[in-house]
Design a protein around this ligand. Structure first.
Ligand code: 5AD
Ligand code: SF4
Length: 440
């Protein structure tokens, strides 16, 4: 099937994987909008489909190709297809050799060039742009305008840590921090556009620095912006955690009591083989320091089971750190060998069934701790930020400061912050009732 050789008028951007991809997806949509294109409505066939892909695990990467196959229409036509994101970066022109339907390939640092690439594709060429230009894409993107109540803002990209299992240092490149002023301007634009909550994003968000200041300074500045009620940040690396950022959690009300701090494993030899540059002891001490300044803080983590060489004893050490930290939330994965990473070549690759069994046991343990955390919140008076309608009539769902979903019967609108008392808890969400707060 040849490329639909006309300039597309409507588009759909589909993002997979992490929140940074969600952010990139929004910015690509804004860019295409500024080019005079329009987002296709629900059920409408778009002229251009941008697949903003994830390469972190094999399953995620394969999803890109199965999705491409599904874009063929019954009448034999298809949209123009742009492969973006980390699969695009990792595979480049190889992706087009694998699927003839890919009209253009654009990496995560090059998508500001989409307009030229689209023109090239419409002319029948099959452009590939996986450059990581020294001048960042951000300056070439249109300014932010409209925003939902909860907005993402990328402040840092890339990773220099080279954990032995991970493709990110290869797909997203070296650690780069955006300038302080640009970020604050973007936060203001988001607030003007309706954002109540801003989540600062980076592969190593707490490595953000402008040479003099760290992430805490950025958070303090954004906390001064009118309308920004809540600030979050993700994902942090234990190695980059500063005293000032920990202290900020005890001082800035708008900084939410939630910390996503991946540990990956609870076994020191495995952490070493992963090149994590922290051990169990230093990680646990770090968590204790957060709890000392913010006792209610919700801790969340990432875990990998079945890293090469992981013994039953190593795995049990992971269960032990889960019990010690008492995670409020967590993401856990089976190890997936990624092309070009050192761990993919290591001896002692673990059988699939062993990984399945360990993942089940880990997830059961994590679920116990989530439930315990949620139950301990019952009786608290707090605020939730309404983000969607509930399934039952008259029910709305919002996020607590601890990032739990809270169901409440209310006529509040999406984007409103409302006062509630938390009244019930399950493993994945809580129930609340409206609370009337007397004006001071
Ligand atoms: N296999 C499984 N999980 C991985 N992650 C990163 N690389 C791999 C891999 N090769 C997980 C880590 C990381 C999260 C984003 O994805 O837990 O923190
Ligand atoms: Fe990957 Fe490790 Fe960098 Fe996180 S810190 S992006 S897991 S290499």
């Amino acid at each position: 099937m040849t490329s639909p050789a006309t300039r597309p008028k409507t588009f759909t951007v589909k993002s997979f994987g992490c929140q940074m991809n969600v952010y990139d997806g929004e910015r690509m949509a804004e860019l295409l909008g500024a080019e005079g294109m329009r987002a296709a409505g629900a059920g409408e066939d778009a002229d251009l489909v941008v697949l903003n892909t994830c390469h972190i695990r094999e399953k995620a990467a394969e999803k890109a190709y199965s999705d491409i196959g599904r874009l063929k229409r019954d009448d034999g036509t298809r949209p123009m297809i742009a492969l973006a994101g980390c699969v695009a970066q990792a595979e480049g022109a190889e992706a087009q050799a694998r699927s003839k339907m890919i009209d253009l390939v654009v990496g995560p640092q090059a998508y500001h060039r989409l307009p030229e690439l689209l023109a090239d594709a419409a002319a029948g060429r099959r452009p590939v742009d996986t450059d990581m230009p020294a001048i960042s894409k951000f300056g070439a993107l249109p300014a932010r305008r409209k925003s939902g109540p909860s907005a993402f803002l990328t402040v840092q990209e890339g990773c220099d840590k080279f954990c032995t299992y991970c493709v990110v240092p290869y797909t997203r490149g070296a650690e780069v921090s955006r300038p302080f002023g640009d970020i604050v301007d973007e936060a203001r634009a988001l607030a003007d556009g309706g954002a109540v909550e801003i989540t600062l994003l980076g592969q190593n968000v707490n490595a953000w620095s402008d040479g003099a200041r760290g992430l805490d300074a950025l958070i303090r500045e954004i906390a001064k912006i009118g309308g920004v009620e809540r600030i979050r940040y993700t994902t942090s690396h234990p190695m980059d955690m500063s005293d000032a950022l920990i202290a900020a959690h005890g001082e800035i009300d708008r900084l939410m009591p939630y910390l996503h701090l991946p540990v990956q494993s609870g076994s020191d030899p495995i952490l070493k083989a992963m090149n994590r540059s922290h051990d169990v002891e230093s990680y646990v001490r770090l968590i204790e320091r957060f709890r000392a300044v913010r006792p209610d803080i919700a801790i969340s983590g990432d875990f990998i089971v079945g890293f090469p060489g992981e013994t039953e004893a190593d795995f049990e050490a992971t269960l032990a750190i889960v019990d010690e930290v008492r995670y409020a939330a967590a993401y856990s994965f089976k190890y997936s060998p990624r092309p070009g990473t050192p761990a993919a070549m290591m001896e002692g690759q673990i059988a699939g069934e062993v990984m399945d069994e360990r993942l089940q046991r880990l997830q059961a343990r994590l679920a116990e701790h989530s439930l315990a955390f949620n139950r301990a919140c019952i009786g608290r008076d707090t605020q939730i930020l309404i983000d969607r309608k509930g399934r039952q009539l008259g029910q709305m769902v919002g996020k607590s400061p601890w990032l739990q979903s809270v169901h409440v019967t209310s006529d509040a609108k999406i984007g409103e912050m409302i006062d509630v008392t938390l009244t019930s808890a399950g493993p994945n969400s809580l129930g609340g009732s409206l609370r009337t707060v007397e004006a001071a």
